[in-house]
Design a protein around this ligand. Structure first.
Ligand code: PXL
Length: 264
């Protein structure tokens, strides 16, 4: 088969902007074959409020094998994992997975305020999941929580954070600055620190930006690109998706996954 295959292990975001919906739309845009093992159903939006339904480890494991044993896989991305129990399962699956291309997006809190990772699950994520990762992709809030520091306030502090995160075992660390730090990201591989910059776009409609950026990186890694080139292409993809973001009736709208293809 000539098309590369990507599996996301993450939550379903019913409103379509984040989670597996964002991952699968991104995989399609980047021309990889998308699959999903759903960890939880998140039924949140700014109008009707919140509902989170967690899947059992049996349900998650069954989905994983249904996808991987039938289709095969060239990259695995993790998103919302919610609990220690789910992380333990995912670690077990990844340790014997047929690919070593593993992208860990340490999702903690949704843009609409939902808690997507329990506080007592952070430790196991750090200890057992990070060492399996090709790359981890925390935003500023997640990086600060992982390192137990209050806030990351400058690009210099991002660099320091990336270096400390690298000691936790992943091959690469990408700290995403987002709108708080001028759309600047730091990539660190244990030796070299690279800075990726984009123009800062004035919009509140960025739901799914983190998921989609990491999914685009995952897709490029599946296609055999280097991590550095994958981040560069992912950054270009997400910048266009934010630039052409979609606003809905109320509250935060969505990044537009087709933007680079349509307007790039
Ligand atoms: O953007 C983070 C995120 C990840 N995964 C799921 C979500 C969200 C945000 O709402 O719902 C399932």
């Amino acid at each position: 088969m000539s098309i590369k295959r990507a599996l996301t292990i993450a939550g379903s975001a019913a409103q379509g902007s984040a989670g597996i919906q964002a991952d699968l739309k991104t995989f399609q845009e980047r021309d990889v074959y998308g699959m999903a093992a759903i960890t939880a159903i998140v039924a949140n939006n700014p109008v009707t409020g919140k509902g989170i339904f967690i899947h059992s480890t049996e349900q998650i494991e069954a989905q994983y094998y249904a996808a991987v044993e039938h289709v095969g896989v060239d990259v695995i991305k993790t998103g919302m994992l919610f609990s220690e129990e789910i992380i333990e399962l995912v670690v077990e699956l990844l340790a014997k997975a047929p690919t070593k291309n593993i992208i860990v997006d340490p999702v903690m809190i949704g843009k609409m305020g939902s808690q997507l990772l329990q506080d007592d699950a952070i430790e196991v994520m750090i200890e057992k999941l990070f060492p399996l990762a090709t790359i981890i992709t925390p935003n500023l809030h997640e990086a600060a929580r992982i390192l137990n520091i209050e806030k990351i306030k400058s690009v210099d502090e991002m660099v320091q954070a990336a270096k400390k995160l690298h000691r936790l075992g992943p091959k690469y660390v990408l700290v995403k600055g987002g709108s708080s730090l001028n759309a600047t990201d730091i990539l660190y591989d244990g030796e070299v620190c690279l800075e990726f910059k984009a123009e800062l776009i004035d919009t509140i409609h960025t739901s799914g930006a983190g998921c989609s950026y990491s999914a685009a990186i995952a897709a490029e890694i599946a296609k055999g690109k280097s991590v550095k080139d994958s981040v560069e292409l992912g950054k270009q993809f997400i910048t266009m998706a934010i630039n052409h973001a979609l606003s809905f009736d109320k509250g935060i709208g969505s990044t537009y996954h087709a933007a680079l293809r349509k307007y790039g």
